[in-house]
Design a protein around this ligand. Structure first.
Ligand SMILES: Cc1ncc(COP(=O)(O)O)c(C=O)c1O
Length: 461
């Protein structure tokens, strides 16, 4: 950590902390809490640590919001942005305008994605990326003459974003309260979490059978001719770090193919190394028709998303272009040269420092160490893969009883951990603590993280 980091704090920081609640509406935040307790101001960062307004260094075991994969304070990312900003700054990509950075980035990404991906569309966030893919799914089926294929399937506990369409796909009911969503194009299916969703003494295999049978029954009920796509995070993130049974995705993929329902892998968290592989799909036997990605693409240094589609889908869009004209979807900042430049530099770091393999090795160490938490009376399950983990809190181990949401136990534990200098994330809906550190986290830092988890969770046992 740079010696000067804590000293560069803005002199007016106390005034700004006070001013925050007077001028800002924060995303996914409690207004009451902000008014009572003020913001959690962060003023600098280096490596795996962020610095707060008091100059305290906190180990960021969440990599920001599951995204700072190469860690903080990477000068070369700033340099790459500066070069692209000075040389071009901005130019749009509408009406086939382009810039060299986005072509180079697309080329690079198509070498890293599962090999059936053929084209990429750039946006700025995970939400707009999924929104784009919903529209491409609709467009694809309509151009093939299947205008009724408009419903999108998503799972309980899924998180796909907060735009109107993606909040509708999101299966966390907190995101729907007092908004007129989910919109009615969404069909909801089971969350594939054996630990919390198994019935009686069902084995994991039987659980998987039941879920696949339920999806099959849903397809029968809704009619395959009305279903456009199935959206799935390979490992669910915000919904609880949920890893489905082994056979789930291959069986699901087969079923969707039979019914011409597109499989969209939402790799916004899993992509770019989080699971110890470039993409989560390859780890779980998913053969996606389209992929959503963002976050780790630039390690969060610039808002950028990449939506991937197969050449087979693109061929249909191409025919559409010949018949109906331009593909009428896009954003002012699609293909942003500065975003593309930083993504290229970010991927270069990942390759040069072998961060994908490192995430695999450190991930193994992390999960081995986290197993010690299973000795605590209020931990029921530790799950995940690579550098993503969920620690399931329980009030009764035998019955797998999760804590009452009103008790806000995960938030209380994460507050205590912050006092100890470590940031993890509470996932309230399922009583889970989430861990998702930068990919270059060291074993010593993992030890610090696990000790803080152990001490803090035991304080509430
Ligand atoms: C799996 C997944 N999809 C989509 C999103 C939405 O991304 P954004 O917040 O950039 O819109 C997120 C954000 O956490 C996510 O985890």
């Amino acid at each position: 950590m740079s010696q000067n980091l804590g000293k560069n704090i803005n002199k007016n920081i106390d005034q700004l902390i006070k001013r925050d609640a007077e001028v800002l509406l924060h995303p996914s935040s409690s207004i009451t809490d902000l008014i009572e307790n003020g913001p959690k101001m962060v003023v600098g960062a280096q490596g795996r640590h962020v610095v707060d307004a008091e100059g305290r260094q906190l180990l960021d075991a969440m990599a920001g919001l599951w995204c700072v994969n190469v860690g903080y304070g990477r000068d070369e990312l700033g340099e790459a942005m500066k070069v692209a900003s000075n040389q071009l700054g901005f130019y749009h990509s509408f009406t086939n305008a382009s810039n060299p950075w986005q072509v180079e980035l697309a080329d690079k990404l198509l070498q890293l994605t599962p090999n059936n991906m053929g084209k990429v569309f750039f946006g700025t966030s995970g939400s707009d990326c999924n929104d784009t893919l919903i529209k491409i799914a609709w467009h694809y089926h309509a151009l093939k003459g299947n205008n009724k294929k408009t419903k999108i399937i998503a799972r309980d506990q899924a998180y796909h974003g907060t735009s109107i369409s993606t909040a509708s796909l999101t299966g966390l009911t907190g995101f729907h309260k007092e908004f007129p969503i989910p919109l009615d194009f969404v069909v909801r299916v089971d969350c594939p979490h054996y630990y919390s969703q198994a019935i009686d003494d069902e084995t994991e295999e039987q659980f998987c059978d039941r879920l696949i049978n339920n999806i099959e029954a849903m397809i029968e009920r809704e009619g395959a001719d009305t279903l456009a796509a199935f959206f799935a995070e390979p490992i669910m993130g915000a919904g609880g770090i949920i890893v489905p049974p082994q056979d789930y995705y291959p069986r699901l993929g087969k079923l969707l193919k039979q019914h011409d329902i597109l499989f969209v892998a939402d790799e916004v968290i899993c992509g770019y190394g989080r699971l110890g592989a470039w993409f989560g799909s390859t780890e779980f036997g998913i053969e996606p028709d389209m992929i959503a990605s963002a976050k780790g693409l630039t390690s969060g240094y610039f808002p950028l998303s990449a939506a991937f589609l197969t050449d087979e889908i693109w061929e249909v869009l191409k025919l559409g272009s010949e018949q109906i004209g331009a593909f009428m979807h896009g954003y002012t900042y699609s293909g942003h040269p500065v975003g593309a430049a930083v993504a290229l530099a970010n991927i270069e770091i990942m390759e040069r420092e072998n961060l994908i393999e490192k995430a695999k090795v450190s991930g193994k160490y992390l999960h081995e160490q986290l197993q010690s938490l299973m000795n605590l009376p209020n931990v029921g399950e530790v799950r995940g893969q690579g550098l993503i983990a969920g620690i399931q809190l329980v009030t009764d181990k035998a019955s797998r009883q999760t804590p009452d949401q009103a008790d806000a136990l995960p938030a209380k534990i994460t507050a205590l951990m912050r006092e100890k200098g470590v940031i993890v994330r509470p996932l309230a809906s399922i009583g889970t603590l989430a861990v998702s550190p930068p990919l270059n986290i060291t074993n010593d830092e993992i030890d610090t993280l696990v000790s803080a988890l152990s001490e803090s969770i035991s304080s509430f046992a």
